[in-house]
Design a protein around this ligand. Structure first.
Ligand SMILES: Nc1ncnc2c1ncn2[C@@H]1O[C@H](COP(=O)(O)OP(=O)(O)OP(=O)(O)O)[C@@H](O)[C@H]1O
Ligand SMILES: [Mg+2]
Length: 116
């Protein structure tokens, strides 16, 4: 039996993200053109070999780092629109840290992440 999530709201939307790191003259692509949707209430695992970019992806979704290109939207908030102080505020209220991804809390609103 499949554990189909209630496909109502997309909580996290990743579109075309790329993350490059420069190592001397070399460019390392930790992520290249990644799309991912995570739905409210969904439970999932992300698996891949060492170096495939899992931690880098979580850093982008968790607002710890910014992608070189592409868009990350969490709870309706476009992370690229937040300044670094707003990102820090956002991290303290991240829906994945507060059980909201399990559908047990109200959906976050964009204005909750604005610094005051
Ligand atoms: N700060 C960094 N500077 C340079 N390259 C980096 C940096 N962070 C990650 N990378 C490179 O990006 C790629 C993806 O790394 P990442 O740590 O996201 O992989 P991972 O899937 O989490 O691996 P693991 O399973 O070992 O934790 C690797 O080639 C890694 O060497
Ligand atoms: Mg890792």
């Amino acid at each position: 039996m499949s554990a189909e999530p209630a496909m109502k709201d997309v909580l996290i939307s990743v579109r075309g993200i790329t993350k490059e790191f420069r190592r001397g003259k070399q460019t390392v692509y930790a992520l290249r053109d990644i799309d991912l949707d995570i739905y409210d209430g969904e439970y999932l695992s992300i698996m891949g070999p060492s170096g495939s970019g899992k931690s880098t992806l979580f850093n982008m979704v968790g607002a710890l780092d910014r992608p070189t290109a592409g868009a990350v939207v969490v709870g309706g908030v476009s992370l690229e629109t937040l300044h670094s102080s707003e990102l820090a505020y956002f991290r303290g209220r991240h829906p994945l840290d507060q059980g909201r991804a399990c559908g047990t809390h109200p959906k976050p609103r964009r204005d909750q992440y604005r610094s005051r």
